[in-house]
Write a protein that binds this ligand. Structure first.
Ligand code: PMP
Ligand code: GLN
Length: 437
């Protein structure tokens, strides 16, 4: 068999078309399930975006940026970040990281957290380098490591059984310290940490972070810390920034996203924070890839951060209010999933929830030989037959382990009450159809 995509008959070219680094990376769960969600009249708890409006001060900041007197906001701005935005990011996060941040060298604004991640891998991972990924992980880490020529090395968060009659929490999923330590080798260049974690919602505890940090220091390894859900932490849990732990500032790149922070995923404004000796290489990738991200969106995010700085920790802070609102939505979704016969894993953070749907499995035939994991086939059936969209959890595992976790699917709850109510109706009706009144 010819390697897929290398020689394409229709081009009449005999030379390889596709660059080798793209081999096996053509599938993407978002491309597939966003299309399905648009094709069927379904309630969409799939891709993670709010169907709620952003707060007024955020919308107003954008309107002012595009409609105000400063016509230069329609033009290019500084390549590594609009001056107003890098200045406020340095002030805001300098305090939280315990560092005196220089806006010009310790901050880089990117096209969403996606570009931030891409810059990390392209700039700092070489052919033959190993990068440790903690499963389940946000799906793009694996292809990004591979595109850089690196090798992903997986280590799993494993669930401990919850107490009898208790629901499992994302905190019950933990790394085995010995297993994690064994993944660090001479070839390890970096570890990717995502807390709060997508898709599980785990918020890593201080001791867990300290263990990871100690290994990074011991083995001289970098840490790419994806903190896009930093404000979405529940039940009084604390978001720890690994860059603030001893020995970590010099080796950590902290990644954030205005999409998650201000409920504006379409603006695609993200950032990296870190020491100049790391960020200067990310700047090289950035200047040769996208150059800079849209000026008006950066200006609006700068204004929004200024407002949050003025209200930091107060009851009317958006960060405080969003977390409260999401915790309530999380608790509603838990009840809906239970009513539908699923077993939710209660997330300590993010706006995602994984659930075990095993009791509903009989609805879709098991095809052990199918290349497609069961959860993916189950959700396609659920979209078409029940009108409800979720995301297969197998998408958040490396190829060797996809099937071990295909009894789980992920739901997103950053949704209007009406959307969550519609999902609740579907789940309860479905249960009734199965069990009778
Ligand atoms: N990291 C994680 C963990 C995510 O869930 C997402 C999804 N948006 C991203 C990075 C990318 O963020 P952005 O939309 O800002 O590119
Ligand atoms: N981060 C969002 C999620 O996990 C969106 C991802 C995407 O659209 N690529 O659902």
């Amino acid at each position: 068999m010819q390697p897929i995509g290398l020689y394409r008959e229709e081009t009449k070219m005999s030379r390889p078309i596709q660059a080798r680094r793209l081999e096996g990376l053509d599938k993407n769960v978002w491309v597939e399930f966003v299309k399905l969600a648009a094709t069927y009249p379904a309630v969409n708890l799939g891709q993670g975006f709010p169907d709620l409006p952003p707060p007024d001060f955020v919308k107003e900041a954008f309107v002012k940026a595009v409609g105000g007197e400063n016509i230069m906001l329609h033009q290019y701005t500084r390549v590594f970040g609009h001056p107003a935005l890098v200045t406020i990011l340095a002030r805001f996060f300098g305090k939280l990281l315990g560092q005196d941040l220089d806006p010009l060298t310790n901050v880089l604004v990117t096209v969403g957290a996606y570009e931030a991640l891409f810059c990390c891998f392209q700039a700092l991972v070489d052919e033959g380098d190993e990068v440790i990924l903690i499963e389940p992980y946000f799906d793009c880490y694996e292809p990004m490591v591979k595109m850089a020529g690196g090798t992903p090395v997986f280590v799993q968060l494993r669930p401990k059984a919850a107490g009898a009659g208790k629901l499992m929490s994302s905190g019950d999923w933990q790394l085995d310290p010995a297993e994690l330590a064994s993944r660090f080798t001479k070839r390890t260049k970096a570890i990717v940490l995502n807390s709060p974690n997508n898709p599980l919602g785990k918020v890593f505890r201080r001791e867990e972070m300290e263990f990871i940090a100690d290994l990074c220091v011991k083995h001289d390894v970098l840490c790419f810390s994806d903190e896009v859900y930093e404000w979405l932490v529940y039940d009084g849990k604390e978001h720890i920034r690994i860059a603030s732990l001893p020995g970590m500032w010099d080796r950590t790149i902290t990644i954030g996203s205005a999409g998650k922070t201000f409920s504006t995923t379409g603006w695609k404004v993200g950032w990296t924070l870190g020491p100049d000796h790391l960020l200067k290489h990310l700047r090289t990738v950035h200047q040769n890839a996208v150059y800079h991200c849209p000026t008006a969106a950066q200006e609006a995010v700068a204004q929004a951060f200024q407002r949050e700085l003025d209200h930091y920790g107060k009851p009317d802070s958006y960060f405080v209010q969003l977390a409260q609102e999401m915790q309530q939505k999380r608790d509603w979704l838990v009840q809906s999933l239970i009513a539908g016969g699923m077993k939710p894993i209660i997330p300590e953070g993010t706006y995602f929830m994984m659930a075990d749907y095993s009791e509903l499995k009989s609805e879709v035939p098991d095809l052990p030989d199918s290349e497609e994991p069961y959860d993916s086939r189950f959700i396609k059936w659920m979209i078409k037959n029940k009108g409800l969209v979720a995301i297969p959890v197998s998408a958040f595992y490396g190829t060797p382990h996809k099937r071990n976790f295909d009894h789980l699917i992920r739901f997103c709850f950053v949704k209007e009450e009406a959307t969550l109510k519609a999902a609740d109706d579907i789940l309860r009706r479905w249960r009734l159809e199965k069990t009778g009144p």
